[in-house]
Design a protein around this ligand. Structure first.
Ligand code: UD1
Length: 362
């Protein structure tokens, strides 16, 4: 097979004809970190419409890897253009990150989310088929498990109790991918179900860079920390963090999540690529630590390791939130030989380093 026999791979690398990979959404938070982890072994082609990301992250990744990335600012819905990119580069595999991901916005604009996330994936699959590129890694989410009890395992049913259109698109795409694999045995598709990615590259050069007011916990903590511990003021809405719910049946009353360092998560994609030729058909893997961390524990750890204050207020529960969500990482360990290496402290230290260097984002 094309890249996965180690000796062949090494010869290919020596001849500097590394296998080519297309990374959709490669300028985003997880995509950019994944580019770094893949750069040694693959020729990287990024397609990103920069809807929620910036050319600067591509520039910074190139600096970090000291290597060129071929970048197309293009929308996956532009079929003719995507076709010509595939024709030109004849990729061996695709990692598909591109997609809209804001939960609240997806409730306001369901058609936009269904239209964009589903159609772009369908177009991508058509083009891959045309150019006989049958290897795909898809960024799925823990959200597909709905409200089932943790620890969440890959063999559980999915799709029940998904509370928003964003989550539905992840679920629907998983169903589509499974059907595509059933239809033709040449396909090899892996869905990686992410738990809660946080942190940043240890260089501080790239990290999560939301365009508007963040909904997720870590980006909000970071902005509150900037307001309260530096001379930069990002607006009064970031004077303090609201902790959504303190009366859950958990150890300290706040929700618990499986936070995973984005660099560990990125390495999970490399592990999946290295294995994909041995796994025909459709496969699913959790990417998480398997260890629940409470919201309050996250805030306290952030304050302690970074020696900063993060003022917070205990508030009402946020509608749609799960009490506890964490994975069973055993299947991923067994098959992909991957497990997380970074600690909660690293997530907090690296995220803060990025935020201090880029207090207003980039
Ligand atoms: C959310 C999405 C999930 C998506 C994931 C992407 C919901 C219901 N789920 O997961 O579909 O895949 O983001 O990372 O939106 N919190 C606060 N204060 C804040 C922000 C968050 O207390 O200002 C709490 C939340 O109540 C939750 C925890 O922090 O208990 C984590 O929240 P968040 O980062 O938004 O992630 P999830 O809700 O787990």
């Amino acid at each position: 097979m094309f890249f996965f026999n180690l000796s062949i791979k090494l010869i290919l690398i020596e001849m500097s004809t590394k296998p080519t990979i297309i990374i959709t959404g490669g300028a985003g938070f997880i995509g950019s970190h994944t580019c770094i982890e893949l750069a040694n072994d693959f020729e990287l082609i990024v397609i990103d419409n920069l809807y929620n990301s910036s050319q600067q992250s591509i520039d910074k990744v190139q600096k970090l890897i000291n290597q060129k990335i071929i970048f197309y600012q293009e929308d996956l819905l532009n079929l003719n253009k995507i076709d010509s990119i595939f024709e030109k580069h004849q990729p061996e595999a695709v990692i598909h990150f591109a997609g809209l991901k804001a939960v609240g916005e997806s409730i306001q604009k369901p058609l936009f989310y269904y239209q964009n996330n589903l159609n772009s994936t369908l177009s991508l699959l058509e083009v891959m088929k045309k150019y006989q590129c049958y290897n795909l890694i898809f960024s799925s989410s823990a959200t597909v498990y709905g409200s089932q009890q943790s620890p969440l395992r890959e063999d559980m049913d999915i799709g029940q109790g998904v509370t928003n259109p964003y989550g539905q698109t992840k679920f629907m795409i998983e169903i589509i991918l499974k059907d595509v694999c059933i239809s033709d045995s040449r396909w090899r598709i892996i869905s990686l179900r992410y738990f809660n990615p946080v942190g940043a590259h240890p260089s501080g050069l790239i990290g999560e860079n939301p365009n508007d007011i963040p909904n997720n916990l870590m980006p909000f903590i970071l902005k509150v920390a900037i307001n309260n511990n530096t001379s930069v003021h990002l607006g009064d809405q970031f004077n303090q963090l609201k902790i959504f719910g303190s009366d859950y049946s958990t150890q300290d009353g706040t929700c618990e999540r499986d936070f995973i360092h984005v660099v560990d998560l990125a390495k999970g994609h490399l592990a999946a690529l290295q294995k994909i030729d041995q796994l025909s058909g459709y496969h699913v893997f959790n990417l998480g630590t398997g260890k629940p961390i409470s919201v309050l524990e996250m805030v306290k750890t952030f304050e302690r390791v970074n020696q900063v204050l993060v003022p917070y207020q205990l508030s009402d529960r946020r509608p749609g939130d799960l009490e506890v969500c964490f994975c069973d990482p055993q299947h991923t360990k067994d098959i992909l030989k991957w497990e997380t290496e970074k600690r909660l402290e690293d997530m907090c230290l690296d995220a803060w380093k990025f935020q201090k260097l880029n207090p207003r984002g980039f």
